[in-house]
Design a protein. Structure first.
Lengths: 157, 354
């Protein structure tokens, strides 16, 4: 997972994080790049074993609260579907542009036992290509088929 | 597996509402063995559409289902509806008139998964039904969804919505998401608030039923506009109400209770759980109970996660407010003999008084 360090601007320990001092000494907000939630998301290694893969669908995104509501379906074994809430900070920087209602992601729980027990979670969004001319032609054909089958019901007086 | 017992007698009317924590389905017996269904959700035991499982179990033949209505295309209302439609090939399939426009057809086609991997389950369900059938019917305000004379008793099922203004508004929103060259392939948003849903009025000859779908409140597009319409206001007041939009305040219009319903109707609803959004809220429950003392919910069960503890701890590190979508599946069944003054209420599974 991509790790981005917070601003390297000079910092006054008495000011909140992301606040730097200008030459005049007046506090000024500086850009602090979003960080992935490193405490729960760690780098997956070649010898990590997947315990469960949850296929998720984003249902709603609340940018003000910094969270997304999701629907989760287990891909390994039989398990009930669940809804839940994930902080947007848990999404890697390169996937942030993919976070929108309907987007599909995979939340994989890995385990690694050698040299020591290590639990690793990975959150990856499915990235899609652009619509091709052939796909759009198919969509147009399908839409025509769809419309051709529509039949009006009688209307009440 | 829930034991639903015996089917209704031919002179009994029935409305059965099924719902886990996320999903809704309705089966209606209009009398004389004639049935219709509205929306679809999955029965967690049979893993099949809840209405289909129910009708099979009580011994209803597939040919007895005359109409299948998809009130709207959202995931929680159409899960398994394509299987239900395939199981009842002689029933006519009805969807919102919003889909009788090129923008909506293109929306459904693009997000169905026919030309790219599935992008919206709801669009996929509806598209596959349209693909498999010769024709499907679309309903809007005043559409006659089903008309019959059963043993001399006139039955008329009509759509109260979508209204023409809502139709135009929904199309404009769908047009924003129509696939275009070089646009990246994304997923279909749910396009809330919901003004395109098909709310139904069922006139049984001597009584009526109101099925509110997920239609939300709005002066121009939603419930206020429906109840202020002269034709809607002239419908026979109903004694049973499937409360709109899971009892949420966004689907609440006080005039529905005074215009389209008799006093103290039987009200039933399904819950909706999505992260920390849990409908109905306590305030919603109080409001519904303030309108009628006869209110029921298809599932009042806990939504605690059903995941082994080792995985749950790991998952909870990143995903908060986990809730099962099919916890505590239940059904509210209302039956009454034709001409009887009141409904008998039966609760199955996790269903309970509100």
């Amino acid at each position: 997972m991509l790790q981005i360090s917070r601003t390297t601007a000079d910092r006054n320990p008495d000011l909140p994080e992301g606040t730097a001092l200008t030459r005049s000494g007046a506090p000024q907000r500086t850009f602090a790049a979003p960080m992935t939630n490193a405490s729960v998301l760690r780098e997956v290694r070649a010898d990590s074993v997947p315990l469960q893969v949850w296929e998720g669908t984003v249902l709603t995104v609340d940018h003000a609260a910094g969270v997304m509501q999701v629907l989760l379906e287990a891909k390994i074994g039989h398990m009930s579907g669940h809804t839940g809430e994930i902080e947007l900070d848990s999404v890697s920087q390169q996937d942030q542009d993919l976070v929108r209602p309907g987007a599909v992601f995979y939340l994989t729980l890995y385990k690694r036992t050698i040299p020591s027990v290590e639990n690793i979670q990975e959150l990856r969004f499915r990235r899609r290509p652009s619509w091709s001319a052939a796909q759009l032609a198919q969509v147009e054909q399908d839409a025509s088929m769809f419309l051709s089958k529509m039949k009006a019901l009688p209307t009440a007086a | 597996m829930i034991d639903y017992g015996t089917p209704p007698a031919s002179n009994e009317i029935e409305v059965t509402l099924f719902g886990p924590g996320y999903g809704e389905a309705i089966a209606v017996h209009l009398g004389e063995g004639v049935w219709m269904t509205v929306d679809s959700c999955i029965d967690p035991d049979s893993k099949a559409p809840a209405s289909g499982t129910y009708l099979d179990q009580i011994g209803v033949d597939a040919s007895q289902v005359r109409a299948i209505v998809a009130s709207h295309w959202h995931d929680d209302h159409v899960r398994g509806i394509s299987k239900l439609a395939a199981k009842h090939p002689t029933a006519h399939f009805v969807l919102s008139a919003v889909f009788n426009a090129k923008e909506a057809a293109a929306f459904a086609a693009a997000y169905s998964g026919a030309s790219s991997a599935g992008l919206a389950r709801g669009a996929k369900e509806l598209f596959s039904i349209v693909q498999a059938r010769e024709t499907v019917s679309f309903a809007h305000h005043k559409s006659i969804v089903l008309e019959a004379s059963l043993n001399g008793r006139p039955i008329l099922v009509t759509a109260l919505s979508p209204l023409p203004a809502a139709f135009a508004r929904s199309l404009a929103r769908m047009a924003q998401y129509v696939a275009r060259k070089d646009d990246s392939i994304n997923h279909a948003p749910e396009l809330r608030p919901n003004m395109e849903a098909v709310a139904l009025h069922i006139d049984l000859g001597d009584d009526a039923v109101l099925l509110g779908a997920d239609l939300e409140e709005h002066q121009t597009y939603g419930w206020s506009a429906v109840v202020s319409d002269r034709w809607s206001g002239a419908r026979r007041p109903a004694t049973t109400y499937k409360v709109a939009h899971h009892g949420s305040y966004t689907g609440d219009c006080p005039k529905v209770w005074t215009t389209l319903l008799k006093s103290d109707p039987v009200a039933c609803l399904t819950p909706f759980t999505l992260g920390d959004l849990r409908l109905p809220t306590d305030a919603d429950k109080s409001r519904v109970k303030g309108n009628t003392p006869h209110s029921y919910i298809s599932s009042g069960a806990s939504r605690r996660p059903d995941i082994d503890s080792r995985q749950l701890k790991r998952l909870s590190d990143i995903c908060k407010k986990l809730a099962r979508i099919d916890a505590g599946f239940g059904a509210v069944r209302l039956r009454k003999q034709i001409g009887a003054p009141s409904w008998d209420v039966e609760l199955f599974g996790a269903a309970q008084p509100l």
